[in-house]
Ligand binder design. Sequence first.
Ligand code: FES
Ligand SMILES: [Fe+2]
Length: 345
Amino acid sequence: MFLRNAWYVAAWDHEVTRGLLPLEILGDRVVLYRTEAGAPVALEDACPHRKLPLSMGRIMGDEVECGYHGLVFDTAGRCTRMPGASKIPPAARVRSYPAISRYGFVWIWMGAAGEADPNRIFPLAHYDDPRWGRNHGGCMTVECNYLYVTDNLLDPSHVSWVHRTSFGNAACEEEPVEVTVSAEGVTAARWMHNAEVAPFYQSLVTFAGRCDRLQHYEVRFPSHAIIKAVFVPVGTGGKGRPIDAQALVMDSYNFMTPINAERTRYFWLQMRNCYPGDESISKAMDDGVRAAFEEDRVILAAVQQGFDNKVTPNIDLAIDRAPLLFRKRLTQMIAAEQQLLASAG
Ligand code: FES
Ligand SMILES: [Fe+2]
């Protein structure tokens, strides 16, 4: 069901504090907190004694004390105190998940801890580049399986209908999409020529008149997307052509973390190659993006319901090629991982 050997966004950095934060991630109950030095910690949220969530206990220094009978666990999940016992048995432990702060998020590794390489965290280009602006981003819970969200993020065509007043316009309806598959993920991309600038981007472009526009929708395994939008003066854009100096480039990062099979935590932030540090632009972008993603949220929850309750088969269209390729490859990766786990266990 899920790829476990992968980094997922667990929370925004500011959500992880010196308090105990209970979360469900990939169906696992996890508790997050920070050490006194500020490092994020992620432990299984279930005491090995009576399975009370550790999140109902309290933090003691860098350790957590269970709220039922006082067992204490360190950041590695080992029991360091067992009131009334002369010896602590080795089974008195909880699982500890690798966790790292980066790009304003806390990332969690849900698979074999020995495989958790921080270099595999999804890279955010230009994150610290002073010439680029970035908005604060946001998050929401979507009442659907995460694969309906990855489907949506490999489907540039939906903007014409779902986001008619923001990201999309009529120009997005007919242009064919080019699909490419790599070891990292799947991309659906297209250049649209001689188009109007879509409403969301109108205040950001620095050139006048119509445009050529690139939509680059890329989802990497297991569920991280970069949606790149490029707007250049009409006549200057196209595959393989250098990007015009006046181009508006917006990179939208979308990180989907499955809560379980039916719910998804969706995190995002956007980078732009203009107006660095302009708080009013960032605010307007944050508001615009959230409004548009609310449109997706409503559609995707209803799609989940539709599939759950279907009485006739659904059909696939040509525009589903990228999502279907992504699902197929990810299913193979999950099966291979499960097989590896089974043979190791
Ligand atoms: S349930 Fe945690 S110490 Fe008993
Ligand atoms: Fe959308």
